[in-house]
Design a protein around this ligand. Structure first.
Ligand code: ADP
Ligand code: MG
Length: 212
């Protein structure tokens, strides 16, 4: 039994098949990379793993338990979307800490969690800025801090480095490796870039559309 297993996932949007019998697995602490051409269903797979879409067929198992019908909040995972999910009109610290009070953390605990995440991403001096004033690299770091603030067991990343130039990309990839090791997180990320995939991943899953 693997830590996370996707078994025989199939999904259509309005009658158009997007995924057909896709299966893969990964172990705890591993980095799995999903590669494939645009439209091959990479984002759809992440959304199924996150619980944002119910697959037409197939199951998602976490440590052997069927979580296919679990709500996103019951899955101990977080997702970094293709476009940053920071609130435009609030300071970065509020985007990162959003929802922590609802989970029962008090102000001091929430502040500490935001600071810990910001330190890991090296953006502690950006917390009182508004997203519009951050550079592309800083915004991406803030968005990853938002995702990891609750210390998820699994981090899903949808083309997280695609808008960054080569040097920033390499820096952030190194940071992510370090953070992953430190937190013992499992990462599943989508990329178009073979070099990125080779640097970061333990395992690469290729999707293609030729079977349809
Ligand atoms: P990728 O991330 O590999 O580019 P996606 O998973 O985003 O691919 O999309 C796969 C296919 O499903 C695309 O053809 C896309 O247009 C379609 N699709 C994705 N989400 C929806 C949706 N909510 N409604 C209808 N079609 C969708
Ligand atoms: Mg996509």
């Amino acid at each position: 039994m693997s830590y996370l297993e996707a078994q025989h996932l199939s999904h259509s949007f309005k009658g158009t098949p997007v995924l057909k019998d896709v299966s893969f697995s990964c172990e705890k602490g591993e980095t799995l990379c999903l590669m494939g051409p645009s439209g091959s269903g990479k984002t759809t797979i992440l959304r199924i793993l996150a619980g944002l879409i119910q697959p037409d067929q197939g199951t998602v198992l976490l440590e052997g338990a069927n979580i296919t019908n679990f709500k996103p909040s019951e899955r101990h995972l977080a997702m970094v979307f293709q476009s940053p999910a920071l609130f435009p009109h609030t300071k970065v610290r509020h985007s990162i800490g959003y929802g922590l009070h609802k989970l029962g953390y008090n102000n001091a605990e929430a502040d500490q969690m935001v600071m810990d995440a910001a330190r890991l991403l090296k953006i502690e001096d950006q917390l009182d800025k508004y997203p519009g004033t951050l550079s592309g690299g800083q915004a991406q770091r803030a968005d990853i801090a938002r995702a990891i603030v609750r210390k998820p067991e699994i981090l899903l990343l949808d083309e997280p480095f695609s808008s960054l130039d080569q040097q920033l990309k390499e820096e952030l990839m190194e940071e992510m490796k370090r953070i992953q090791k430190k937190m013992g997180m499992t990462m599943i990320f989508v990329t178009h870039d073979e070099t990125e995939a080779n640097i970061l991943s333990d395992k690469i899953i290729y999707l293609n559309h030729s079977e349809f």
